[in-house]
Design a protein around this ligand. Structure first.
Ligand SMILES: Cc1cc2nc3c(=O)[nH]c(=O)nc-3n(C[C@H](O)[C@H](O)[C@H](O)COP(=O)(O)OP(=O)(O)OC[C@H]3O[C@@H](n4cnc5c(N)ncnc54)[C@H](O)[C@@H]3O)c2cc1C
Ligand code: SF4
Length: 489
């Protein structure tokens, strides 16, 4: 702890600002102003860390990031040591440092009496500076084990597993059905939250380490399970959980109503220059309604505003969450708070207690309005529309962002004869082994739609189980078990 009185002399959180709304709506670049890792404010912010005897931040993070260590190293300007310590627990801090909701900050001890340490911004500054200074180099294994591993899916879980296993000396091939690597990081999360050069930079390192990537290969369709299974000694299934939750109410069949991902993926591909804009998924001049909150809903809002929608309305069926930590969600838990994402800040309106009861259409079969009613909470907790409160909101494009019900399981899962649980997720034991030996499940495919930090943690832990299965022992870390849900009470 370089400055024992730091948290007393620097009492405020200071973060890089967002670019002005009117400017950032003109492009898809990162909404945050360029960060200057070596500017004095960051050193000051790092000095606020109290180097707690029991660092709750570390326990609040699924990766077990060694946060007080690198706060101290940033304060001292020891960037090489800082990235070594950060990479010791996190393969991809450039992703979590940008888009993680930072449960570590919710559990920071300083947060009891002052604003929490700016852990996430310090994290991203370390990795950005490490890339600038050339500290991120391939780590090539000393020897090859002779074992081969297939990883299905190239989201953060698959990539973390692949990097750990390659470094352990195994020959790893990642199969991805999309035309580019990254999973939801690539075509799910828009560039204004995560520019794609961050993925490319990391993939360069992984390729140099020896990980092989095969894009455009859907396992179960382009490559049968049997072919895959016969070729590889072990398989990691990291196929995500992208089966969308529907809203089966009258009028659902009308044109102009889409799942959020059916809108975000082509929109992100347009930004990547891979395809032209189609009228169907262009929000320009349209009244857009996004049903459902969360990251997916917020990403739809930011994208529709950049496409110059006539209006954007975000509907949530539940109550507006509190703005400050409620008593029943005390420190160090992660409270459910009213969130204002960068996209919310950019425009549109938000309505809570809005139950959608019907999609209204015209004679051509296109949606024109959403009929909504005020939500009523019944004594048993169920939410129902209140009769007599119906009203119509104009809508030309409706995006359903109501979450995901589990992994897509219609391709290789029946061929592989893998078991599913009652919620449609792939069954695995605590060590990530599926219902068949030698086949492991990591990330959202087993956990259900979650967060990038959990996917990376699971990918790392599953890699340890694969390594042990292949070699009889392992030295790879296991930050979380498959059944871990909450890290703090
Ligand atoms: C729009 C959106 C925004 C989000 N924003 C955030 C955020 O800001 N912060 C955050 O922490 N989390 C966010 N999340 C959640 C986060 O992206 C996921 O939890 C995380 O990506 C899960 O990682 P994964 O590796 O398990 O799966 P995924 O990232 O879903 O990757 C799975 C990959 O497997 C591939 N695949 C599937 N089946 C096959 C097959 N048969 N053959 C070959 N390949 C296959 C898919 O094409 C995909 O590329 C967001 C999610 C969405 C949908
Ligand atoms: S809990 Fe907060 S103050 Fe304590 S070690 Fe972690 S970052 Fe520093």
């Amino acid at each position: 702890m370089a400055d024992p009185r730091g948290f007393l002399s620097v009492r405020n959180r200071e973060l890089p600002g967002y670019r002005p709304v009117e400017l950032r709506l003109l492009d898809y670049k990162d909404v945050i102003e360029k960060r200057e890792p070596t500017s004095p404010y960051l050193k000051q912010q790092a000095s606020r860390c109290m180097d707690c005897g029991i660092p709750f931040c570390n326990q609040g993070c699924p990766l077990g990031n060694l946060i007080p260590d690198w706060n101290d190293l940033v304060h001292r300007g020891q960037w090489f040591e800082a990235i070594e310590r950060l990479h010791a627990t996190n393969n991809f801090p450039e992703f979590t440092g940008r888009v993680c909701p930072a449960p570590c900050e919710d559990s920071c001890v300083l947060g009891i009496s002052q604003p929490a340490v700016t852990i996430k911004n310090i994290e991203v500054s370390i990795i950005d500076e490490a890339f600038t200074r050339g500290f991120v180099q391939p780590i090539i294994p000393d020897r090859l084990s002779g074992h081969t591993v297939a990883v299905i899916g190239s989201g953060p879980a698959g990539l973390a597993a692949a990097q750990q296993l390659t470094r352990a000396g195994h020959t790893v091939v990642v199969f991805e059905r999309d035309d580019a690597i990254g999973g939801l990081l690539r075509y799910g999360i828009p560039d204004f939250k995560l520019e794609k050069f961050h993925i490319e930079r990391r993939l360069d390192q992984m390729r140099a380490e020896g990980t092989r990537f095969r894009t455009g290969v859907e396992v179960g369709v382009d490559l049968t399970w049997q072919e895959l299974h016969e070729t590889f000694d072990a398989v990691v299934v990291a196929t995500g959980a992208t089966r969308p939750r529907d809203l089966p109410i009258p009028g659902r069949e009308l044109n102009g109503i889409h799942y959020a991902m059916d809108y975000l993926v082509p929109s992100n591909r347009v930004v990547a220059g891979l395809e032209g804009q189609t009228a169907q998924f262009d929000a320009r001049g349209k009244h857009v309604i996004v049903i459902g909150g969360g990251d997916t809903g917020s990403d739809c809002i930011g994208t529709a505003l950049r496409q110059q929608a006539a209006s954007v309305t975000n509907l949530a069926i539940g109550k507006e969450p509190p703005k400050t930590r409620p008593e029943n969600e005390p420190w160090p838990t992660t409270p459910r708070l009213f969130e204002v994402s960068s996209s919310h800040e950019e425009g549109g309106t938000r309505e809570f207690l809005a139950s959608t009861v019907e999609f209204v259409g015209n004679e051509e079969g296109h949606v024109t309005a959403l009929r909504v009613a005020t939500t009523e909470y019944l004594p048993d907790g169920r939410r129902v529309p209140t009769a007599g409160t119906e009203r119509d909101l104009p809508a030309d494009l409706v995006l359903i962002a109501m979450g995901f019900t589990g992994p897509e399981t219609d391709t290789f899962v029946p061929q592989a004869d893998l078991d599913l649980d009652g919620r449609g997720r792939l069954v695995r034991d605590d060590d990530y082994t599926s219902s068949r030996r030698g086949i492991f499940v990591a990330g959202d495919a087993g956990r259900g739609q979650s967060l990038i930090v959990w996917a990376i943690a699971e990918g790392r832990a599953a890699a340890a189980s694969v390594d042990e299965y292949l070699q009889g022992k392992t030295e790879l870390p296991r930050p979380v078990s498959a059944s871990t849900t909450a890290l703090l009470p």
